[in-house]
Structure formats: C-alpha cells, structure tokens
Design a protein. Structure first.
Length: 200
C-alpha cells in the first residue's frame, strides 16, 4: 500500500496522474515485531563458533550495521574518531564513534591471520572478504547447531535489533542504525520491553 501510494505521488509530480487513489485508504493490521534475541542466546551462539564469526557478531551488536556493510568493512574506514560507514542500502554516512569495547573488537579483527592481505576486517583465512552466500551458509549451519542444543533460531539481521535495544534512547538507536526516521527504528528494531517509573 505504501509503495502504491508513493508511486502515484511520483506520477502526479511527473504529470502522469492527477490524483492518488491510495491516499486515505486504511492499512491492514501490521505484523507483530519479531521476538527479542537475548544476550544469553547470543553468548551461547558465540561459544559454538570461531573467532572470525564472533568478531562479526560483536561488530554487528556494537555498531548496529547491516551484514553487507560489515562484511565489506575495510581498514581505510577506520578514522581517528571512529568507524565511517557508507550504508549500501540507503547511501547514508554513519560515523560510529570509538568506545573502549569497539576498539577492542577492532583490535581482535586486526589480529586475525593473514596479516597480508588484511584490507578487510572480517576476512577469510585467504584474507578475502566473505561472500553473502558463503556467510549465509556459515550462519545457517551455526543456527542448526544452536537449535540442536535447545536454542531458538534467529537471523544475523536480528543483531541490529539487539544493538537498537542497547541504545539509551530511540533517537540514539535511530542514529546508530542510520535510519532517517525514529518511527522506523521504533516500529521494526526496538523490541525490548519499555521500562517506566510508576506515578508517585
């Protein structure tokens, strides 16, 4: 419905339509948010895999960035102030400022063999970056192992929600994830229970 409305808005601007028939129509019920992945689950998965994948998990939670942007992360993106991402989906620039924890994760990534080539932070034993399909296959096997051990399956993309839930405010989560609107962040990524104080 949103896509149809957007298409008609563009058509009106171009002179191909005079009105937007989708405007004012009621949307159907939205699908509920996916469940919140707990730190206990993440730690259980981290214990089942190697250091390369642990670094990918830790970077995803710390920075809130998409898998594709993490798998192509280069040393040249490391600045004095933090890690500079140019998000592949939106083109938005996001600078994740250094923290002690983030510096430690990047230090672990730099220590991975091989040292030459070492252009990519998350790299295979050959020094080359993981392909999307190759990393997906690794994640699928890891989740199968996790489920066999009694856990619940979750996606690598769910780690963005873990990062969003770790932010102090929805605005901080919005900026970290690179969203233009806090509404998107709140609706799709903030899954933790909202904590409020009772009225005095």
């Amino acid at each position: 419905m949103s896509l149809l409305s957007h298409a008609f808005t563009k058509a009106i601007r171009c002179g191909a339509a005079t009105r937007n028939p989708a405007k004012g129509l009621e949307y159907g019920p939205r699908s509920p948010k996916r469940r919140q992945v707990t730190l206990e689950e993440i730690n259980a998965v981290r214990a089942m895999t190697n250091e390369r994948i642990r670094i990918a998990i830790d970077l995803a939670i710390s920075t809130g960035q998409r898998r594709g942007d993490l798998l192509t992360l280069r040393r040249s993106q490391l600045t004095d102030d933090g890690i500079l991402f140019r998000q592949s989906k939106t083109g938005a620039g996001v600078l994740i400022l250094w923290s002690d924890d983030l510096k430690a994760i990047v230090g672990r990534a730099k220590a991975l063999p091989p040292q030459l080539p070492a252009e990519y932070l998350i790299r295979q034993r050959s020094g080359q970056p993981y392909t999307s399909s190759g990393f997906s296959a690794i994640w699928t096997r890891l989740m199968a192992k996790h489920v066999t051990a009694g856990g619940q399956r979750f996606s690598f993309h769910d780690l963005r929600s873990v990062s969003a839930d770790g932010a102090a405010t929805v605005e901080e989560a919005r900026d970290r994830l690179g969203h233009a609107s806090a509404v998107t962040t709140q609706r799709h990524y903030r899954r933790a229970v909202t904590k409020v104080k009772p009225m005095a």
